[in-house]
Structures are given as C-alpha cells and as structure tokens.
Design a protein around this ligand. Structure first.
Ligand SMILES: Nc1nc2c(ncn2[C@@H]2O[C@H](COP(=O)(O)OP(=O)(O)O)[C@@H](O)[C@H]2O)c(=O)[nH]1
Ligand SMILES: [Mg+2]
Length: 223
C-alpha cells in the first residue's frame, strides 16, 4: 500500500471475510511502502485488532518491486497470494485459485483481466504494448503479466532471488519461475478499476524504470 487511506480498511476486511469463511490457516501481510497519508495509522490499528494481520513497513518508498519483495520475505504460510490494495478483483476468486492450483498441481496461478478497457484507451494501450514487449523480448507466453493477482507456492520463492525495484517485478517473477521449471496456469477475472484515490503506477518515471530493469535483465532471462 502506498497512500491507500481510502482503501486500507476495506481491503483488509474483504480479505479477512473471505479467508475466515473459506481457508483454514492464514495470515495477511500488509506492506506499507512509506505512505505519507493516514495509511500507517489505519493498518496499525487493523493489526492490533487481529494478530493474523501483520504490517511490514518500508522506512523509505521502495516502489512496487521493493514492496513486494518485503512482503514475500515476511510471508510464512505454504501458499502466498499477492494483490493490490484497491480491490482490483473480487477476493472470492482466491479460493477458486487455490482449488485450481491444487487440482492442476501447478506452482503459480496468475490472473488476467477479461477486459481492461474500462480504464481508458491510453492505459489499455500501455498494457497491450508491455505484454507484447515481454512476449517478444523474453518469449514469455503469459497474459496480463502485471496484473495483481498471483497465487503461488512459497517454495517457489526459494528457487531464485528477485531483484527488481520497480514494476518489472511481476515479469521478473514469472520469467525466473519459468527458468526454474515452475508450472504456471492462468485464470480470467473480472476487473474493477479503482474508484477512489489516484492510480500512480502509469507515470513516465515508472515506465522508464520498467524499461531500465528490463534491459538490465534481458540477457539473463530471455528464452
Ligand atoms: N510499493 C509501492 N506501491 C505502490 C506505489 N504506488 C502505488 N502502489 C500500490 O500498488 C498498487 C497498485 O497501484 P495503483 O495506483 O492502483 O496502480 P494501477 O492499478 O496500476 O493503476 C496499490 O496497492 C498501490 O497502493 C509505490 O510507490 N510503491
Ligand atoms: Mg489499481
């Protein structure tokens, strides 16, 4: 979470409701990536109410990659699921993903959006280009690489280190997983763009950081 005061409580209560109803043993790890709004106070209060909710705090903003790596390092259960704070998917899809991971004996379930044009043409174009770039440069045949719905066995994280600081982290994760021989399956999901706060991950600096990370890792991670 980075400055998610409009979503912090709703995100955690939605997750808790699904987990309590559907899964026997769980924890919620919230990464507060040096938020400057009320997010830190809100998530601390949530963690005080339920010991299964924990907060990992980055003292300085480490961007998406740094935040995900901090969260992954703090996860302790056999399965790890990551999503964004702005409720991009109905979390009731998580038990379905868990079931499919087991049923298909897969290592990773990566969600893709059925339709993401609701965020406007420019954003849809960015995504289209990014996915094609990853496919062309790295030969990775995964749809909607950056979508924030990834479920995987925690043992996957022991196979390789993750190094990206920025939003290349999702592609890096999938590419290293492919290299390690992990089985990746995909499910289609309805997508709900944020209705509060501001989307911050489609800015020019974010895009340049992705391209830099991508170039630095191309030789190592291409097919
Ligand atoms: N770690 C980190 N997370 C961020 C940053 N900016 C946004 N996020 C989080 O990344 C997720 C997706 O951000 P969002 O602005 O919704 O991007 P979008 O869905 O790609 O439009 C949310 O959980 C945000 O809180 C940042 O600078 N650092
Ligand atoms: Mg979002």
């Amino acid at each position: 979470m980075y400055n998610e005061e409009a979503y912090a409580c709703r995100a955690v209560s939605s997750a808790r409701a699904v987990l309590m109803a559907e899964l026997p043993d769980w924890e919620i790890v919230i990464v507060d990536d040096a938020s400057t709004d009320r997010t830190p106070a809100l998530v601390d209060a949530l963690a005080r109410e339920d010991p299964r909710v924990r907060v990992v705090r980055n003292p300085v903003n480490r961007r998406l990659g740094g935040a995900l790596r901090a969260g992954y390092a703090a996860a302790t259960k056999d399965l790890v699921f990551y999503t964004d704070a702005d409720l991009p998917v109905d979390l009731h899809q998580l038990p379905r993903a868990v079931r499919l991971l087991e049923y298909q004996e897969a290592d990773i379930v990566a969600g893709y959006r059925f339709d993401r044009t609701s965020e406007g043409l420019v954003r849809a174009l960015y995504t289209f280009c990014y996915n094609h770039l990853i496919r062309t440069l790295f030969g990775l045949r995964v749809r909607d690489v950056n979508f924030a719905f990834k479920l995987f066995r925690r043992s996957v994280l022991e196979e390789f280190p993750l190094t990206s600081e920025g939003s290349f982290i999702d592609a890096e994760f999938l590419l290293r997983a492919r290299k390690a021989g992990c089985v990746i399956i995909q499910i289609g999901l309805d997508y709900f763009p944020r209705t509060r706060g501001r989307s911050t991950l489609a800015s020019i600096p974010v895009i340049f950081a992705i391209l830099r990370d991508m170039a630095a890792r191309w030789r190592e991670l291409r097919r």
